[in-house]
Design a protein around this ligand. Structure first.
Ligand code: SAM
Length: 277
Protein backbone atom coordinates (compact mmCIF):
# COMPACT_ATOMS: atom_id res chain seq x y z
CA UNK A 1 0.00 0.00 0.00
CA UNK A 2 2.95 2.34 0.57
CA UNK A 3 3.58 4.87 3.34
CA UNK A 4 0.27 6.18 4.57
CA UNK A 5 -1.48 6.82 7.87
CA UNK A 6 -5.16 5.82 8.02
CA UNK A 7 -7.37 7.15 10.85
CA UNK A 8 -10.04 4.49 11.12
CA UNK A 9 -13.37 4.81 12.95
CA UNK A 10 -14.49 1.70 14.87
CA UNK A 11 -17.86 0.87 16.51
CA UNK A 12 -18.89 2.59 19.78
CA UNK A 13 -20.90 -0.45 20.88
CA UNK A 14 -22.42 -2.60 18.18
CA UNK A 15 -19.66 -4.44 16.28
CA UNK A 16 -21.73 -4.32 13.08
CA UNK A 17 -21.24 -0.54 12.91
CA UNK A 18 -18.01 -0.61 10.92
CA UNK A 19 -17.69 0.22 7.26
CA UNK A 20 -16.58 -2.23 4.58
CA UNK A 21 -13.79 0.20 3.69
CA UNK A 22 -12.59 0.29 7.31
CA UNK A 23 -12.44 -3.52 7.38
CA UNK A 24 -10.52 -3.61 4.09
CA UNK A 25 -7.99 -1.02 5.27
CA UNK A 26 -7.51 -2.81 8.62
CA UNK A 27 -6.83 -6.02 6.69
CA UNK A 28 -4.44 -4.47 4.16
CA UNK A 29 -2.22 -2.16 6.27
CA UNK A 30 1.18 -3.34 7.54
CA UNK A 31 0.38 -2.49 11.13
CA UNK A 32 -2.49 -1.28 13.32
CA UNK A 33 -1.80 1.20 16.12
CA UNK A 34 -4.41 0.52 18.81
CA UNK A 35 -5.17 2.31 22.06
CA UNK A 36 -5.65 -1.00 23.90
CA UNK A 37 -4.43 -4.03 21.93
CA UNK A 38 -6.44 -6.52 24.04
CA UNK A 39 -9.65 -4.55 23.54
CA UNK A 40 -9.10 -4.13 19.77
CA UNK A 41 -8.22 -7.83 19.40
CA UNK A 42 -11.89 -8.67 20.05
CA UNK A 43 -13.03 -6.52 17.13
CA UNK A 44 -10.28 -7.84 14.84
CA UNK A 45 -10.93 -11.49 15.81
CA UNK A 46 -14.64 -10.95 15.11
CA UNK A 47 -13.75 -9.98 11.52
CA UNK A 48 -10.83 -12.49 11.23
CA UNK A 49 -8.27 -9.71 10.73
CA UNK A 50 -4.71 -10.78 11.58
CA UNK A 51 -2.78 -7.54 11.01
CA UNK A 52 -0.05 -7.00 13.68
CA UNK A 53 -1.09 -4.67 16.52
CA UNK A 54 1.08 -2.09 18.29
CA UNK A 55 -0.02 -0.19 21.42
CA UNK A 56 -0.55 3.54 20.88
CA UNK A 57 -2.01 5.27 23.92
CA UNK A 58 -1.88 8.58 25.77
CA UNK A 59 1.06 7.42 27.96
CA UNK A 60 3.41 6.32 25.17
CA UNK A 61 2.47 8.76 22.38
CA UNK A 62 5.53 10.94 23.05
CA UNK A 63 8.14 8.17 23.14
CA UNK A 64 6.61 6.12 20.25
CA UNK A 65 6.26 9.08 17.88
CA UNK A 66 9.80 8.85 16.43
CA UNK A 67 9.47 5.06 15.90
CA UNK A 68 6.12 5.40 14.14
CA UNK A 69 7.39 8.21 11.88
CA UNK A 70 10.32 5.93 11.00
CA UNK A 71 7.90 3.17 10.02
CA UNK A 72 6.21 5.65 7.67
CA UNK A 73 9.63 6.68 6.27
CA UNK A 74 10.38 3.00 5.61
CA UNK A 75 7.20 2.91 3.50
CA UNK A 76 4.89 1.11 5.92
CA UNK A 77 1.13 1.71 5.90
CA UNK A 78 -0.41 2.24 9.34
CA UNK A 79 -3.96 2.39 10.69
CA UNK A 80 -4.72 4.19 13.95
CA UNK A 81 -7.80 3.04 15.88
CA UNK A 82 -9.08 3.79 19.37
CA UNK A 83 -11.10 1.54 21.70
CA UNK A 84 -14.33 2.95 20.33
CA UNK A 85 -15.42 5.57 17.83
CA UNK A 86 -13.15 8.03 16.09
CA UNK A 87 -9.48 8.29 17.04
CA UNK A 88 -8.46 11.74 18.40
CA UNK A 89 -11.98 12.48 19.71
CA UNK A 90 -11.23 12.42 23.48
CA UNK A 91 -8.73 9.74 22.48
CA UNK A 92 -5.02 9.56 21.52
CA UNK A 93 -3.66 10.43 18.10
CA UNK A 94 -3.43 14.21 17.76
CA UNK A 95 0.41 14.47 18.13
CA UNK A 96 0.83 11.69 15.56
CA UNK A 97 -1.47 13.31 12.98
CA UNK A 98 0.20 16.70 13.47
CA UNK A 99 3.70 15.21 13.13
CA UNK A 100 2.76 13.05 10.12
CA UNK A 101 1.19 16.06 8.40
CA UNK A 102 4.22 18.25 9.13
CA UNK A 103 6.50 15.52 7.73
CA UNK A 104 4.37 15.45 4.56
CA UNK A 105 3.04 11.88 4.82
CA UNK A 106 -0.21 10.87 3.18
CA UNK A 107 -3.08 10.71 5.70
CA UNK A 108 -6.65 9.48 5.14
CA UNK A 109 -9.63 9.21 7.46
CA UNK A 110 -12.05 6.31 7.19
CA UNK A 111 -14.91 7.75 9.26
CA UNK A 112 -17.07 5.76 11.62
CA UNK A 113 -19.50 6.44 14.46
CA UNK A 114 -18.63 8.85 17.24
CA UNK A 115 -20.59 8.96 20.50
CA UNK A 116 -21.13 12.74 20.50
CA UNK A 117 -22.83 12.84 17.07
CA UNK A 118 -24.83 9.65 17.73
CA UNK A 119 -26.11 11.17 21.00
CA UNK A 120 -26.82 14.58 19.44
CA UNK A 121 -29.02 13.27 16.65
CA UNK A 122 -30.94 11.05 19.09
CA UNK A 123 -31.41 13.68 21.80
CA UNK A 124 -34.18 15.82 20.34
CA UNK A 125 -32.06 18.89 21.12
CA UNK A 126 -31.16 21.43 18.42
CA UNK A 127 -28.45 19.78 16.35
CA UNK A 128 -27.58 22.44 13.75
CA UNK A 129 -25.03 24.15 15.99
CA UNK A 130 -23.37 22.59 19.00
CA UNK A 131 -20.31 22.75 21.24
CA UNK A 132 -18.32 19.68 22.26
CA UNK A 133 -16.45 20.03 25.56
CA UNK A 134 -15.19 16.43 25.87
CA UNK A 135 -14.59 15.33 29.48
CA UNK A 136 -14.93 18.11 32.06
CA UNK A 137 -12.18 18.25 34.70
CA UNK A 138 -12.49 15.64 37.48
CA UNK A 139 -11.89 18.20 40.26
CA UNK A 140 -15.19 19.76 41.42
CA UNK A 141 -13.97 23.39 41.46
CA UNK A 142 -12.42 23.10 37.96
CA UNK A 143 -15.57 21.35 36.68
CA UNK A 144 -17.79 24.14 37.95
CA UNK A 145 -15.48 26.70 36.37
CA UNK A 146 -15.77 24.86 33.02
CA UNK A 147 -19.57 24.89 33.37
CA UNK A 148 -19.51 28.64 34.16
CA UNK A 149 -17.78 29.12 30.81
CA UNK A 150 -20.76 27.56 28.94
CA UNK A 151 -23.46 29.15 31.12
CA UNK A 152 -24.55 31.62 28.43
CA UNK A 153 -23.85 29.28 25.51
CA UNK A 154 -26.88 29.27 23.18
CA UNK A 155 -25.84 26.13 21.31
CA UNK A 156 -26.35 22.58 22.60
CA UNK A 157 -23.34 21.62 24.73
CA UNK A 158 -22.11 18.01 24.60
CA UNK A 159 -19.97 16.37 27.30
CA UNK A 160 -18.47 12.95 27.85
CA UNK A 161 -18.72 11.67 31.43
CA UNK A 162 -17.75 8.54 33.26
CA UNK A 163 -20.55 6.75 35.17
CA UNK A 164 -18.92 7.23 38.58
CA UNK A 165 -18.85 11.02 38.13
CA UNK A 166 -22.27 11.37 36.52
CA UNK A 167 -24.14 12.29 39.74
CA UNK A 168 -21.56 14.96 40.67
CA UNK A 169 -21.58 16.34 37.14
CA UNK A 170 -25.40 16.64 37.11
CA UNK A 171 -25.39 18.27 40.54
CA UNK A 172 -22.90 20.87 39.24
CA UNK A 173 -24.94 21.45 36.06
CA UNK A 174 -27.96 22.11 38.31
CA UNK A 175 -26.08 24.50 40.59
CA UNK A 176 -24.21 26.44 37.86
CA UNK A 177 -26.76 26.45 35.00
CA UNK A 178 -29.95 26.24 37.07
CA UNK A 179 -32.43 23.47 37.91
CA UNK A 180 -34.61 24.35 34.88
CA UNK A 181 -31.97 23.77 32.20
CA UNK A 182 -32.93 20.90 29.81
CA UNK A 183 -30.49 17.98 29.91
CA UNK A 184 -30.31 14.70 28.01
CA UNK A 185 -28.39 11.58 29.03
CA UNK A 186 -27.58 9.19 26.16
CA UNK A 187 -26.39 5.89 27.58
CA UNK A 188 -24.85 2.73 26.10
CA UNK A 189 -25.42 3.97 22.55
CA UNK A 190 -25.81 1.27 19.89
CA UNK A 191 -25.57 -1.42 22.61
CA UNK A 192 -28.25 -3.76 23.93
CA UNK A 193 -29.27 -1.50 26.85
CA UNK A 194 -29.19 1.81 24.96
CA UNK A 195 -31.35 4.47 26.62
CA UNK A 196 -32.00 8.18 26.22
CA UNK A 197 -33.31 10.07 29.27
CA UNK A 198 -34.34 13.71 29.01
CA UNK A 199 -35.45 16.08 31.76
CA UNK A 200 -34.55 19.23 33.63
CA UNK A 201 -31.16 19.49 35.34
CA UNK A 202 -32.77 19.42 38.80
CA UNK A 203 -34.83 16.29 38.03
CA UNK A 204 -31.90 14.38 36.53
CA UNK A 205 -29.55 15.41 39.37
CA UNK A 206 -32.08 13.93 41.78
CA UNK A 207 -32.55 10.78 39.68
CA UNK A 208 -28.75 10.29 39.55
CA UNK A 209 -28.61 9.91 43.35
CA UNK A 210 -30.29 6.47 43.01
CA UNK A 211 -30.20 5.52 39.34
CA UNK A 212 -30.01 1.71 39.77
CA UNK A 213 -28.82 -0.20 36.67
CA UNK A 214 -29.59 2.84 34.51
CA UNK A 215 -26.63 4.62 36.11
CA UNK A 216 -24.15 2.07 34.75
CA UNK A 217 -22.41 2.14 31.38
CA UNK A 218 -21.15 4.88 29.12
CA UNK A 219 -22.83 8.28 28.96
CA UNK A 220 -22.98 11.34 26.78
CA UNK A 221 -24.45 14.38 28.54
CA UNK A 222 -26.18 17.04 26.44
CA UNK A 223 -27.13 20.44 27.84
CA UNK A 224 -29.74 22.59 26.13
CA UNK A 225 -28.57 26.06 25.06
CA UNK A 226 -29.24 29.12 27.24
CA UNK A 227 -32.47 30.95 26.44
CA UNK A 228 -32.05 34.37 24.89
CA UNK A 229 -32.91 36.83 27.66
CA UNK A 230 -35.49 39.43 26.62
CA UNK A 231 -34.19 42.97 27.10
CA UNK A 232 -35.58 44.51 30.30
CA UNK A 233 -37.34 47.20 28.24
CA UNK A 234 -37.00 47.75 24.53
CA UNK A 235 -36.09 51.31 23.66
CA UNK A 236 -38.94 53.07 21.92
CA UNK A 237 -37.41 55.08 19.07
CA UNK A 238 -40.11 57.78 19.10
CA UNK A 239 -39.69 58.38 22.84
CA UNK A 240 -35.91 58.47 22.57
CA UNK A 241 -36.13 60.96 19.70
CA UNK A 242 -38.53 63.17 21.70
CA UNK A 243 -36.20 63.21 24.70
CA UNK A 244 -33.14 64.01 22.61
CA UNK A 245 -34.97 66.74 20.67
CA UNK A 246 -35.58 68.59 23.91
CA UNK A 247 -31.79 68.90 24.39
CA UNK A 248 -30.23 68.73 20.93
CA UNK A 249 -30.60 70.01 17.36
CA UNK A 250 -32.70 67.75 15.08
CA UNK A 251 -29.80 66.31 13.02
CA UNK A 252 -27.81 65.31 16.12
CA UNK A 253 -30.92 63.89 17.85
CA UNK A 254 -31.73 61.81 14.73
CA UNK A 255 -28.16 60.49 14.52
CA UNK A 256 -28.11 59.45 18.18
CA UNK A 257 -31.56 57.84 17.97
CA UNK A 258 -30.36 55.70 15.04
CA UNK A 259 -27.32 54.62 17.06
CA UNK A 260 -29.39 53.75 20.13
CA UNK A 261 -32.42 52.14 18.47
CA UNK A 262 -31.20 51.05 15.04
CA UNK A 263 -32.60 52.37 11.76
CA UNK A 264 -31.54 55.24 9.51
CA UNK A 265 -30.69 58.74 10.84
CA UNK A 266 -32.57 60.34 7.95
CA UNK A 267 -35.77 58.54 8.88
CA UNK A 268 -35.58 60.02 12.39
CA UNK A 269 -34.67 63.43 11.01
CA UNK A 270 -37.87 63.35 8.93
CA UNK A 271 -39.83 62.44 12.09
CA UNK A 272 -38.20 65.34 13.93
CA UNK A 273 -39.11 67.81 11.18
CA UNK A 274 -42.69 66.48 11.07
CA UNK A 275 -43.01 66.84 14.86
CA UNK A 276 -41.86 70.45 14.66
CA UNK A 277 -44.40 71.43 12.01
N1 SAM B 1 -13.41 8.36 20.53
C1 SAM B 1 -14.71 8.13 21.10
C2 SAM B 1 -15.78 8.74 20.19
O1 SAM B 1 -15.49 8.99 19.01
O2 SAM B 1 -16.90 8.94 20.62
C3 SAM B 1 -14.79 8.64 22.52
C4 SAM B 1 -13.81 8.03 23.45
S1 SAM B 1 -13.90 8.63 25.09
C5 SAM B 1 -12.45 7.96 25.78
C6 SAM B 1 -15.09 7.60 25.83
C7 SAM B 1 -16.35 8.36 26.21
O3 SAM B 1 -17.18 8.45 25.05
C8 SAM B 1 -17.20 7.64 27.25
O4 SAM B 1 -16.81 7.98 28.57
C9 SAM B 1 -18.58 8.19 26.94
O5 SAM B 1 -18.75 9.47 27.48
C10 SAM B 1 -18.53 8.29 25.42
N2 SAM B 1 -19.00 7.03 24.81
C11 SAM B 1 -18.28 6.15 24.11
N3 SAM B 1 -19.07 5.13 23.69
C12 SAM B 1 -20.32 5.38 24.15
C13 SAM B 1 -21.57 4.72 24.06
N4 SAM B 1 -21.70 3.57 23.41
N5 SAM B 1 -22.64 5.28 24.64
C14 SAM B 1 -22.53 6.46 25.29
N6 SAM B 1 -21.38 7.13 25.42
C15 SAM B 1 -20.29 6.60 24.86
Amino acid sequence: MGACLYLVGTPIGNLEDISARALRILTEVDRILAEDTRHSSKLLRHYAINTPLTAWHAHNEGERLATVLNWLREGQSLALISDAGMPLISDPGFPLVRAAREAGFEIHCIPGPTALITALVLSGMPAERFVFEGFLPARASARREALQAVRHERRTTILYESPHRLADCLRDIESVLGAERPVCLARELTKRFESVRTGLAGELAQWAQMPGDEGRGEFVVLIGGAEVEAPVRALDAAQVLDMLLSELPARKAARLTARLCGGKPNQYYQWALRDRQ
